[in-house]
Design a protein around this ligand. Structure first.
Ligand code: IVH
Length: 676
């Protein structure tokens, strides 16, 4: 059986490489998935053949990893930066004088992601560490294993031990889709793919990380026994072992060739699937690199030429203000249309009042607009020399442009908010959109356009009225067919089965996302109890701080919200935790912080996580002095064991854990498959 498992692993590795590195798969996704499943089943059946570098380990797990800090063997330095062709010339001259000999340069793209250092031993990925402060970084191995273009096992003729450095990137398409999803969930958007990649890499949950589809390119090989004496050849060798190395890499002999490379890629990079922000120029020979050496911060044998963020100069005609569904007010600059990175820009974000203030902006000013890595253009500066015949100084509005309410600003926040939640049109519509959305009530057929149409036609003013919509009224609306009308009605009917915890989320209480909604639902168990919860009761719940508690109190203090909830109750929505969930909910682990580590034989990790939560405990990722105990299976990580010993944290095995939580509770969990 061992050889069958190994053959499957080998085959899957090859297909992974064909798909993610070479971009030329030789089998269908379906066949790949079938093979992967087969391997998963065999590995579960024969745990003695466990391999941390098996293709199945790329799927990610839901254990929070908590990151160990690891010292870099070779410090991770940065590069000297320049924006000017002249300085690239000076770099060339410095190298020429410093070497006193012929030399070659390698030009490559500067990828704009987050840097990573991988260590391989005997062809296996053993560690992945972030840059950190350059001296030490976070061990993110579990997360990095979910990136399919990173080989877990090498092929060919590789050195026994080496490090390879590169950039982890979130492709534009993934970034855009992620931001669309976040927008629909009212979560804060990532400003650019770099931030998104860095944020993703630090996620505590490698299963979510796996779903984010990161990519990685490698550009620097380090070690004692490298295969070649030049940087270029080493990277080509690394390519043959399975690493993704950019095709955009060129050996140049003259400064003209370097300039040509820069000119070409400054335009062509816009067609790449990932973000780049410049060109890196490196001396090719390793001997010559050594001869030039390093300054305290960066190598003398390399320089980064950064592309100018594309800028345009145009006139600011006015500032308007958009009110979002949470009441946040965003200032938007209306501009004379101007061409920027191939699109016509007419509007740019001004973010908030502080930014407006620091720009010292007047209507009529000539302003610089930039796109940079960001999707939405922004104003970065004012051309004060061009200032004549200008209008008024731009001053942030005091009243909501949609409803006239006086705006408020929360302590410590830059944004202004309209507090008129129940009567401000974009907030009313936004609340309804959130209520019907997929993760909330999931009412089919009611998109934002239909909600807008119903609102405009005076048929819908608040979330409760969604359940009073009548087929004839719906059909009478322009653009809405009979089929859609029946769909909406069926969707409303079906939503009456949506469990209580999702109703709590659907209400759209500020700062109450999916996870917090679940915590509230499981702590207070029904709507009345939640309505009456005091500030102290709220902050006693795990993960609920003062800001959320305040927001919940404020929500239920509003009589209109109470009235809406009462109407929803009458329409038959689930206003209490189901009996099954109530029964399954014990208190034996109340207030305990528990780390899950290793592999288990009696229940899956997911089931243990649910059991912890169902019994009042909290599943945390890393061992600290606050950890109550570690639920330890086979192969518990050595770092975790060491830390536990140091801090005197107890280990509890599966059986002991199960006896800690009462048996009745487990039976319930098993029978109903009830998972959080
Ligand atoms: S070489 C000692 N090559 O840019 C030199 N870096 O400020 C090691 N980067 O931290 C870096 N593309 O994250 C190198 N082709 C490339 C690169 C690259 C992106 C990043 C890397 C580094 C930063 C330099």
């Amino acid at each position: 059986m061992k050889s069958k498992i190994e053959t499957l692993r080998h085959e899957l590795e090859q297909h992974n490489y064909n798909y993610y590195v070479k971009s030329s798969p030789t089998i269908s996704d379906f066949e790949f998935d079938a093979k992967l499943r087969q391997l998963q089943e065999l590995e579960a059946q024969f745990p003695e053949f466990f391999d941390p570098n098996s293709p199945t380990q790329r799927i990610g797990s839901d254990i929070a990893s908590g990151f160990e800090q690891v010292a870099h063997v070779y410090p991770m330095l940065s590069l000297g930066n320049t924006y000017s062709g002249g300085e690239v010339h000076e770099f060339y001259e410095r190298v020429r004088k410093g070497l006193n000999d012929d030399f070659e340069l390698v030009c490559e793209l500067k990828y704009d992601g987050t840097s990573i250092s991988l260590t391989y031993e005997n062809g296996l990925l053993v560690r992945a560490v972030t840059r950190g402060d350059g001296e030490k970084g976070d061990d993110v191995t579990a997360n990095v294993k979910t990136i399919h273009s990173i080989p877990l096992r090498l092929h060919g003729n590789f050195p026994v031990g080496f490090e390879i450095r590169g950039e982890i990137l979130m492709p534009w398409a993934v970034f855009e889709a992620l931001n669309r999803e976040r927008e629909s969930q009212e979560e804060q958007l990532f400003a650019n793919p770099r931030n998104a990649a860095a944020g993703t890499l630090k996620l505590q949950n490698s299963a979510v990380m796996a779903s984010r589809k990161l990519d990685a390119y490698f550009y620097y090989l380090l070690g004692e026994n490298l295969p070649a004496s030049s940087h270029f050849d080493n990277l080509q060798a690394a390519h043959s072992w399975g690493f993704k190395i950019s095709d955009a890499m060129k050996v140049c002999k003259t400064i003209d060739e370097v300039s040509e490379f820069i000119r070409y890629w400054d335009v062509e990079r816009k067609n790449l699937p990932v973000a780049t922000d410049g060109i890196v120029i490196k001396v090719n020979s390793l001997l010559q690199q050594r001869a030039l050496g390093f300054t305290a911060k960066s190598p003398r044998w390399a320089i980064a030429y950064k592309f100018q963020a594309e800028k345009a100069l145009t006139r600011l005609n006015s500032v308007s203000y958009q009110v979002g569904r949470t009441g946040a007010v965003t200032p938007v600059a209306n501009l004379d249309p101007v061409q920027l990175s191939g699109t016509t820009v007419k509007r740019a974000t001004l973010h908030n009042a502080n930014i407006i203030e620091s720009l010292d902006l007047y209507v009529g000013d000539m302003v610089f607009v930039e796109k940079g890595g960001e999707i939405i253009p922004k104003i970065t500066a004012v051309d004060k020399d061009a200032r004549f015949l200008i209008g008024d100084k731009v001053k942030f509005i005091e009243k909501c442009p949609e409803c006239g309410a006086t705006l408020v600003r929360f302590e410590g926040e830059a944004a202004h908010y309209c507090p008129n939640e129940n009567a401000c049109p974009p907030q009313i519509k936004g609340k309804m959109e959130h209520f019907v959305s997929r993760k909330a009530m999931n009412i089919d057929g009611l998109g934002s356009e239909t909600i807008n149409l119903l609102y405009q036609n005076d048929l819908l003013h608040n979330i409760a009225e969604i359940f009073t919509l009548k087929i004839p009224d719906l059909i009478r609306l322009e653009r809405l067919g009979t089929k859609s009308a029946y769909n909406i009605q069926a969707g409303c009917e079906k939503s009456k089965e949506i469990p209580f915890e999702r109703i709590v989320y659907a209400l759209g209480i500020r700062f109450v996302g999916e996870t917090i909604a679940k915590k509230l639902a499981f702590s207070f168990k029904n709507m009345e109890a939640l309505e009456q919860a005091t500030f102290n009761e709220l902050i006693a719940v795990d993960d609920i701080g003062e800001r959320i508690a305040q927001s919940v109190i404020q929500y239920f203090a509003d009589s209109m919200n109470i009235e809406t909830i009462n109407r929803l109750k009458l329409f038959g929505l689930q206003m209490r935790l189901s009996d099954e969930k109530l029964q399954a909910h014990g208190t034996s682990l109340d207030g305990l912080s528990i780390v899950i580590s290793g592999t288990f034989s009696l229940h899956s990790r997911d089931e243990y996580k649910s059991m912890i939560e169902m019994n009042g405990g909290k599943n945390v990722g890393s061992v600290s002095s606050k950890t109550s105990f570690i639920l330890a299976g086979e192969n518990t990580g050595p770092e975790k064991l060491k830390k536990a010993e140091k801090l005197g944290v107890k280990l509890v095995d599966e059986k002991t854990f199960l006896s800690m939580i009462n048996n009745e509770i487990q039976t319930n969990i098993n029978q109903t498959g009830l998972l959080f």
